[in-house]
Write a protein that binds this ligand. Structure first.
Ligand code: ATP
Ligand code: MG
Length: 234
């Protein structure tokens, strides 16, 4: 049974994350993140390079465990979930567009999208049809057989987007998803995200261009000094 609509998809309180730097010292990148994302929210995060936006998305997307604080995902306490259980939850509930795409270079665009289903049990014919439809939605219907290594950066980015949306996630995370796209392709992707959001997907986006890319109603956040706060309006 799906969780009730009034349970937030994501609820973080005082979430912290640190890394061991090359010189052996611990550096705290996230220093107390508080964020509640209601179901169906559209949130946009900006912030300086190196401020921890990707790290924050990794924690929100259940790829990295927080070091401190509390984190509820879809009503479930995932703060200290064992790796295996966190991975299980992630593969059904989270779609991620990675800043570095994370495609398999020697596999086709289609095979890369189909990888989304690797640990799920959907019927193969269904997987093929849905993957082709997702590639069509990002404007790559003519590149489905092309190995990922022979795609342009913008095409790779769109394969990564197709892979993230092909199995509609509870939470869609996208890290600079239009960073390599020309204005027309970027606008098409943002229209696609808006349509997914209208259909109920909760969206958390990192972008340097929040003003023209996100709907006016989006929740705008800035990450700086390890803290997330509402972006001041100009
Ligand atoms: N696994 C890691 N080990 C050590 N340091 C890390 C690790 N991952 C990230 N960092 C450091 O954490 C800081 C934040 O990195 P992050 O990638 O989250 O920044 P960002 O805001 O996404 O930057 P950009 O806008 O350039 O993508 C950086 O200084 C980075 O070097
Ligand atoms: Mg980043």
């Amino acid at each position: 049974m799906p969780p009730p609509a009034d349970i937030p998809v994501l609820r973080m309180e005082g979430v912290r994350k640190r890394f061991r730097a090359a010189d052996g010292r611990d550096v705290e990148i996230l220093r107390g993140i508080d964020l509640t994302l209601p179901r169906g929210a559209y949130a946009v995060v900006t912030g300086p390079s190196g401020s921890g936006k990707t790290t924050f998305l990794m924690v929100a997307g259940l790829l990295l465990p927080p070091d401190a604080g509390t984190f509820r995902f879809d009503g479930r306490d995932v703060t200290a979930l064992p790796d295996r259980a966190r991975t299980d939850l992630r593969k059904t509930a989270v779609g991620t567009v990675f800043q570095k795409f994370c495609l398999i270079p020697g596999r086709s665009a289609l095979a890369n999208v189909e990888l989304r289903f690797r640990y799920l049990s959907d019927p193969p014919a269904d997987i093929r049809a849905r993957s082709l439809a997702a590639l069509d939605r990002v404007g790559l219907a003519d590149k489905t057989r092309q190995p990922a290594r022979l795609l342009s950066a913008g095409e790779m980015q769109r394969v990564a987007i197709a892979r993230a949306i092909v199995h509609p996630p509870t939470l869609l995370l996208a890290d600079e998803p239009t960073g390599n796209l020309d204005p027309a392709s970027a606008a098409r992707i943002m229209d696609l995200f808006a349509a997914l959001n209208r259909a109920g997907t909760t969206l958390l986006l990192v972008t340097h261009h929040p003003a023209w890319t996100a709907p006016a109603s989006a929740l705008r956040l800035t990450l700086a000094n390890g803290l997330l706060s509402p972006t001041p309006t100009l």
